[in-house]
Design a protein around this ligand. Structure first.
Ligand SMILES: [Mg+2]
Ligand SMILES: [Zn+2]
Length: 208
């Protein structure tokens, strides 16, 4: 199935064109600015995705970009949501860092490879991760934090930083802890259990 994609540079905000959008900085350039992304007066909706078991196959403490296996329909779902004007975020617990299995650099390489795979069809605004675990073996990461799901810290920080409207935003995860984080952050949560993620996202959008 062909997905309609903007033909004028996929980094533009893919919402309805307005005159002021012609002078706004491109989406990617705007990322990181101090102003909330919703500053122009348009509410910014966001789609948050757990990573392992939702976007890519959960192989257990994945740290090698060559191990990335996209879930069926995941890239299509992200492109669809980008076209609809959703900001896209990944929120993932990566306690492998605290457990001494890999370092944060490895996470960055995996996420860079994921964005490369997606290309301009779907820009992930931020890949947020929690490297902590209270029983970790690496001292500086062995703590109880506010970001490890089910805590809502990653979501709250992204929502505040980007001026995200909680109503109309949602998270898709494959564990109860993902949905608890969403609930505590005041956004809708949907439990993905397999099959086409694109089809699942369409169903979630219907229920928002
Ligand atoms: Mg998961
Ligand atoms: Zn953490």
């Amino acid at each position: 199935m062909a997905l309609p994609l903007p033909n004028h540079g996929a980094t533009d905000p893919p919402s309805e064109p307005t005159p002021e959008m012609n002078v706004k900085p491109a989406f990617a350039e705007h990322h990181g600015a101090l102003e909330p992304d919703g500053e122009a007066g348009r509410p910014v909706r966001a789609a948050f995705f757990d990573r392992d078991g939702v976007l890519i196959v959960d192989t257990g403490y994945l740290s090698d970009p060559d191990q990335i296996q996209w879930i069926e329909g995941a890239q299509m779902a992200l492109a669809r949501l980008a076209t609809m004007g959703f900001m896209l975020f990944v929120v993932t617990n990566q306690s492998g860092v605290a457990r001494g299995l890999f370092e944060e650099d490895a996470i960055a390489r995996v996420h860079a490879a994921m964005q490369t795979d997606l290309g301009d069809a779907a820009r992930i605004a931020e890949f947020a991760y929690c490297p902590h675990h209270p029983e970790g073996s690496v001292a500086r990461y062995a703590l109880t934090c506010e970001c490890r799901k089910p805590a809502p810290g990653m979501l709250d920080r992204l929502i505040e930083r980007h001026g995200i409207e909680r109503g109309g935003s949602f998270l898709i995860g494959d564990k109860a802890t993902d949905l608890e984080a969403a609930a505590r952050a005041g956004i809708a949560g949907f439990l993905y259990t397999g099959g086409s993620l694109d089809r699942f996202v369409l169903g979630a959008l219907d229920r928002l």
